[in-house]
Design a protein around this ligand. Sequence first.
Ligand SMILES: NC(=O)c1ccc[n+]([C@@H]2O[C@H](COP(=O)([O-])OP(=O)(O)OC[C@H]3O[C@@H](n4cnc5c(N)ncnc54)[C@H](O)[C@@H]3O)[C@@H](O)[C@H]2O)c1
Length: 317
Amino acid sequence: MSSSILILGACGQIGTELTYALRERHGKDAVVASDIREGSEQLMNTGPFELLDATDHTAIEDIVMHYEVEEVYLMAAMLSAASEKFPERAWNLNMNSLFNVLNLAKEKKIEKVFWPSSIAVFGEHTPRENTPQRTIMSPSTVYGISKQAGERWCHYYHHKFGVDVRSVRYPGLISWKTLPGGGTTDYAVEIFHEALSKGSYSCFLKEDTTLPMMFMEDAIRATIQIMSSEPEKLSVRSSYNLAAMSFSPGDLANSIKKHLPGFTIEYVPDFRQDIADTWPKSIDDSLAKKDWNWEARYDLESTTAVMLQKLKEAGLT
Ligand SMILES: NC(=O)c1ccc[n+]([C@@H]2O[C@H](COP(=O)([O-])OP(=O)(O)OC[C@H]3O[C@@H](n4cnc5c(N)ncnc54)[C@H](O)[C@@H]3O)[C@@H](O)[C@H]2O)c1
């Protein structure tokens, strides 16, 4: 069997689209999707799929050996809003899955690792406008703490053991193929579904809560681009800042109204407002641009147009 790629947490918002994109690029048999639960029929029928717990080191190692895996994309995690409800489970999943994969690379059983961080690594003392690559990081959420610790472990394993681990700090991601899995920016996907199905949306963040966001196609391209880069070009082995656009729920609602003039929105902030209030408004990703030629393609207007069109075409609302 030829060498393969393994995706852990492949049935989630990012993993699903990443699986399709990698199968397109490397051939369907070269990309093993895995998750603790089953995913969409399309995901499970377009290439190998394994039920696999990312916290089970032995089970991952068995799959790595069986498929002769060289690259692992670790997308299994508990996201920001869910982690506030289950702090210990979040910490165990987010950290143990990372150690499992980093240790397989340290033992030379795999060659390359992708692990995503998040803008949640920043916190209330971080400069919120154009947040630099290197700055004060004071995460106040369980999720943010796990991501900051994860970044330091990635840096450590690279410098101490030569592990080839690569990472980006994704902003909030907007996708039409898969729903988000319990984050603070989920509103920016839900709003499109409800705008089309009901003509209205009740938003859990305030109207003026500006956050960094990105269309999924850009996020997948960034992921594949950093993993394809020459290793010596990567000056950051913790995690790279990554940016595309910044907008508030009010900005997004106005953009949707250009297509659906009757759309209405109300704002009923919940506990996720407190999380969003500690996150940056915009991100400086100049180092990713310099090191591996990162460039976003989608802005608010193009994202809105594609989301509405694709959801309508796919009958997903
Ligand atoms: N979606 C975003 O906006 C965003 C932003 C920043 C960072 N990230 C990061 O990107 C990664 C993927 O995020 P996502 O949005 O696709 O998350 P998601 O919640 O949509 O998907 C996570 C997947 O992991 C699976 N999973 C949970 N526990 C598991 C276990 N023990 N073993 C195997 N699989 C398990 C879930 O079933 C799910 O399919 C995470 O590390 C997340 O922190 C996401």
